[in-house]
Design a protein around this ligand. Structure first.
Ligand SMILES: Nc1ncnc2c1ncn2[C@@H]1O[C@H](COP(=O)(O)OP(=O)(O)O)[C@@H](O)[C@H]1O
Ligand SMILES: [Mg+2]
Length: 230
């Protein structure tokens, strides 16, 4: 990967990021030139009205989507120059993702779901299982390892999804409305869990939410409006 001259680079750095989609004879500009630095160990929250570009920005930061223009750096590496194959490998190892919906695989048990990233990374079954057990234990789901998603509550399903996101010890956890599909009590528990995990696992957090109560728990809150920082 390509190096930048700076040796104390932020963990994540994006510069001049735009994203536009063709729309009739013109283009829909969803991101209009976004800059952001995230330091290692930071907890950053991104808020803004629906349609302001939060999910698009998170996807671009997490290399799930490419910007139309601009650059995304992770430490000293310019991710926007890498091949899709390299990025997939990098994401698997260094980034975790949690979405509004858990996206667990219904035909697999909790532990099998959590083991999935380990298997994709090429870890042996035994090591994968040990890692997954440890994470499920940390999530308070020790008794649930062999249960299927349909046998768990929404909050438990989301905990399994978080365990899956963290099983390979990523440096950064991205979450897009991670409590948007939960009732108030479960949402509050999951919110607290994020900060607990951040401390325990030395994570950097980048979370999108429209729950202002959740946002208030973050030391840094950034607001988007119409594809730009508000
Ligand atoms: N693949 C796409 N093609 C066209 N328009 C898109 C696409 N993805 C998102 N958009 C548009 O970009 C805007 C921002 O979307 P999004 O990033 O999902 O906003 P938010 O997460 O803040 O609600 C919306 O107007 C949405 O319709
Ligand atoms: Mg969104």
């Amino acid at each position: 990967m390509n190096n930048l001259p700076s040796s104390n680079a932020p963990l994540l750095s994006i510069r001049g990021v735009t994203k536009s989609y063709p729309m009739g004879s013109s283009r829909l500009e969803v991101l209009k030139g976004i800059d952001l630095d995230v330091q290692p160990g930071e907890a950053v929250c991104i808020v803004g009205q629906s349609g302001s570009g939060k999910s698009t920005l998170l996807h671009v930061m997490g290399t799930l989507d490419k910007p139309t223009l601009g650059k995304v750096h992770f430490k000293n590496a310019e991710l926007t120059r890498e091949s899709d194959e390299k990025l997939a490998e990098f994401r698997n190892r260094s980034m975790g993702f949690v979405f509004q919906f858990h996206h667990l695989m219904a035909e697999f048990s909790a532990i099998e779901n959590v083991m999935m990233p380990c298997r994709i990374a090429g870890l042996a079954p035994k090591e994968s299982r040990e890692k997954a057990e440890k994470l499920l234990d940390l999530m308070g789901l020790k008794e649930r390892v062999n249960h299927y998603p349909s046998e768990m509550s929404g909050g438990e399903q989301q905990r399994v999804a978080i365990a899956r996101a963290l099983v390979l010890e990523p440096q950064v956890l991205f979450a897009d409305e991670p409590t948007g599909n939960l009732d108030t009590a479960n949402a509050a528990k999951i919110q607290d869990l994020f900060f607990e995990l951040k401390e325990k696992l030395n994570l950097t957090l980048v979370v999108v939410t429209h729950d202002m109560g959740f946002a208030q728990k973050f030391p840094r809150v950034l607001k988007m409006r119409d594809g730009l920082w508000a």
